[in-house]
Write a protein that binds this ligand. Structure first.
Ligand SMILES: [Zn+2]
Ligand SMILES: [Zn+2]
Length: 316
């Protein structure tokens, strides 16, 4: 009987231990399962986030490419009437290809639509807005993605869009060579001394001038470097990139200007050489250094803006 009761205690304790162990096992398995499920869930959220981030950085590249294609159209001699619309159409094509790529890579269904292409408060950046919808398994997201694309490094479309290829204007060696195109344009508009602008040149690729504030152009060597490299400058009067594509020398947006450099021994009064003056505003200036064939022709307000009011005087 003693043995029996001892045996009972052992059996009872063992049973309790086994039950406890079983409970612990069940709890552990349940916990692991819960944690795993939870991980899968947050992983798939991370997947969406990753896809959206990846898509956004692609938008910057594709947006820029879509602008560059419209620039190429201008350089091919074709007119562009509504540049934001044209850029949107190009972008939608690129996005469709991207969406197929994502379908193959991540098995996700994406649909996208370019909503707008617009100016920003910086003339060097264009803002893209795209509506993006995604569906994978049972999960869905819908988001508007915004991204800026830089226009630095693209070609200036204005000279060709404005004067047309038929004018004889040429683009090579990273420069616009006006040949007789500008003087013909000036003659047509009854502007002073059109012969001064025969063989004028201007930078082709858009580079933001580092001499900021611009009055530093009066510092020794600064203007020479600016002209050698061919920098562009912010200007409230100059036209923005989107309007340049449409051949507008002036527009209501904050834009930029570039110097059109003449190469002439003549010292006649002629158009001030900022491109918005040559193409739209049409007021005169004078050479800042009368002895220099390559001197800029500038009016007094542009001289002030660039710190060039006393330019040429110190060399005398
Ligand atoms: Zn400059
Ligand atoms: Zn504009």
């Amino acid at each position: 009987m003693k043995l029996d009761s001892k045996g009972n205690i052992i059996v009872g304790t063992t049973a309790i231990l086994i039950a406890v162990l079983l409970l612990v096992c069940i709890f552990t398995i349940a916990s692991i399962h819960y944690i795993q499920n939870h991980n899968i869930e947050s992983q798939s959220n991370d997947n969406f986030k990753y896809i959206i981030d990846d898509y956004s950085s692609n938008l910057e590249l594709l947006g820029r490419e879509s602008i560059a294609e419209v620039t190429q159209k201008v350089y091919n001699g074709l007119p562009v009437h509504n540049s934001p619309d044209q850029i949107k159409k190009n972008l939608n094509k690129h996005l469709e290809e991207k969406n197929e790529e994502y379908k193959e890579k991540y098995d996700i269904d994406l649909t996208s639509e370019a909503l707008s292409v617009e100016n920003t408060d910086s003339p060097w950046k264009i803002l893209f807005k795209v509506k993006l919808d995604g569906q994978k398994d049972n999960e869905h997201f819908s988001q508007i993605i915004e991204r800026n694309a830089s226009i630095e490094g693209l070609r200036d479309p204005l000279p060709i869009a404005k004067l047309t290829i038929a004018s004889g204007i040429m683009a090579y060696d990273d420069k616009i060579h006006y040949k007789t195109a500008l003087s013909a344009y000036m003659l047509l508009h009854n502007l002073d001394s059109p012969e001064s602008y025969i063989e004028a040149t201007a930078p082709m690729t858009i580079k933001k001038c580092p001499y900021d504030p611009y009055t530093h152009h009066g510092d020794p060597g600064a203007l020479e470097d600016c002209l050698d490299t061919g920098y562009f400058h912010e200007s409230a009067d100059g036209s923005c990139y989107l309007c340049r594509l449409e051949g507008k020398g002036k527009c209501p947006h904050y834009g930029f200007e570039v110097f059109i450099q003449t190469h002439t021994p003549l010292n006649n009064e002629s158009l001030s050489c900022s491109d918005h003056v040559v193409f739209a505003d049409h007021y005169n200036g004078e050479k800042i250094d009368p002895n220099d064939w390559d001197s800029l022709i500038l009016d007094s307000s542009h001289r002030k803006k660039y710190g060039l009011s006393d330019y040429g005087n110190e060399t005398d």
